[in-house]
Design a protein around this ligand. Sequence first.
Ligand code: AG3
Length: 276
Amino acid sequence: MLDLWFTEKQTKNVNFTCRIARTLHTETSKFQNIAVLETEEFGKMLVLDGTVQTTVEDEFIYHEMITHIPLYTHPNPKMVLVIGGGDGGTIREILKHPSVELVVLVEIDERVVEVSKMFLPEISSALNDKRVRVNINDGIEYVKNLESNNYDVIIVDSTDPVGPAEGLFTLDFYKHVFKSLTDDGILIAQTESPFFNRSLIKRVYKNISTIFPIAKLFLANIPTYPSGLWSFTIGSKKYDPVSTNLQDKYDIDCKYYTKELHRSCFVLPKFVQELL
Ligand code: AG3
């Protein structure tokens, strides 16, 4: 057997390496290198520009948390926008909420959507649902040019803050998101590792709290992401994700998210509290 390994250079000084059985696909699109690898430990893995985006074995953690925290916080989410997220995992979770009527996915790279449809059906199949519109576009331009404020929830399911995703972590972008949300709308963004990306988390939290009346950060453990500890930041116009009454809410089928975890994930370790 060939001894094949994939390595993500997570920081200048830290690598993440796992054994792979085979490479299923690689190509270079207009925006990035796209690879799908079959790993021994995590199943199929989507890699963009050398960084792990999602794996079949641990994707439920990220996709459930980025979706169900805001969608359970909102009493009646009907219109949802996802920026990035071309693999479709977030879309699959959104569609578990019965109130949702329309999901718009704005993904910059058409090839991520196509490669995910081809090689990762267990994550991407919800992209074919009739409540979903896929719009191949730059999310920054999309919210800038939006003239209405119809979205109940906007989810920023982006790559790391380098290259085309850099602008998705700026004050200007969050201002456009704010004006695209209904009067009780909620923004959630994936905001990287509190261990390796402290200054980014600090900056994003500050930006979001200057625009939204409620800003909150929560954590989840994601084995294949840098440091294994991951943050998400919420900006909310009206509903506090921590004090929402979840008891009367319908149940959905999850592997990570629970109503108890919805509260506990906002309880932060001291070094993370100190960033905010
Ligand atoms: N987006 C966040 C991935 C960030 C991982 N960073 C890294 N490996 N350096 C995931 C997209 C899944 N829908």
